[in-house]
Design a protein around this ligand. Sequence first.
Ligand code: PHE
Length: 445
Amino acid sequence: MNGEKRDNWSSGFGFVMSAAGSAIGLGNIWKFPYVCGMNGGAVFLSLYILFAVILGYPILLTELAIGRSGQMNAVDSCRKIHPKWGFAGGFGIIGSVAVLSYYSVVGGWVMRYAFSFISGNIPKADEFTLFASKTAEPILWQMGFIILTTAVIISGVSGGIEKVSSFLIPSLLIFLTAMMIYSCSLPDAVKGVRFFLIPDSSDKIRINALPMTAVRAMGQVFFSLSLGMGTLITYGSYLKKDFRLSRGTVSIIVIDTIIAVISGLIILPAVFSAGIAPDEGAGLIFSALTEVFGRLSAGRFLGSLFFILVFSAALTSSISLLEVIVSFLSEKTNLSRAYAALLASAVIFLFSVPASLSHGILSDVTIMGLTVFDFFIFLSDNIIMPLGAFFLCILAGHLWKNDMLYNELTSGNTVRFMAWKAYLCLIRYICPALIIIITTAAFIM
Ligand code: PHE
């Protein structure tokens, strides 16, 4: 412990905005629309909402409760509940490195696109693959993304994360809503809206693919809500005792889901309006969407705005990822927050270089048949996050004394928690069972 005073969120609003800032990121704006586009639109959306309720709510609430009761980094907060279970909070420390190694690559692409639009060079659809496969340029952009993340972390928790998020998240909601209205008014946009919101029961292919779609929707819930990584344990550890955990959890999930749905309603109608197939994959916002912007008279302005917003959302998420490592290192060693942040970002940068190069000169290098970039995605989304959440459910549901858990969730019996019985059943049995299904399926499919 380096003796620096432990920070606290200055208000409940600041906390909800910061946690929403962690949750809302590339997962909502980059990943959700393309995964939805590849998995039948409305069917995926319905399953996503179902899993956000039965997996997202109980796991997010559990993480906040563990963090607030421990008032320490993710590992020590878990250890306070059971001395041998520190490892359950440790998944985030490796997980954050794995996620940031590819997240910073995409963050760099987003920065580059924002700059292109601002400077008036609207990229063509096919330029994306060419740019991503270059050696030096993407690495310089991702380095810029890592440096910015580190700078916010060094300025402290309430001074940095809370200020940035309290401004960014409301702005994001306002601007994305305006863009959604614009996008939905494009010619033929209604086809995209229908694809996204109305399940097509006559689509036999989609019905056969339902189990696979369900597994993808579960994975997306983990990634989008930042579950199983200790991020929310760490954020919860800076919470004051009178904060209403269950209500806060609902607000975070609702805001995250609204942003994902709005992003779907920006991207899919625009893509349908331009006559582009919605299942083009990870390049959807970079290639198809820039093509759409390129055809519009207000394209430069809208494209700049869109990529600045995506960048801001990605930054608040990467901050939360780095914070997990920094709070652990600064409380466990003599390192100050600043040194811990610099050390962690140097390691992340080293891993992110091969992840970036795997789109170009290292495209032939594979691990378990995946490129380095895809391997990091597989490792974090399909293994580390679900497994981390699995152990946290067991810790809270089976090893934490029920009355102590109840006490934490009700702020010492001062607020009511009506869903207690359902919550307990979910974290004890249903969530662990669903998680085993996702991780097993990840290896089989
Ligand atoms: N939830 C973030 C997103 O949607 C990613 C993230 C995952 C952040 C895990 C923190 C921890 O982009």
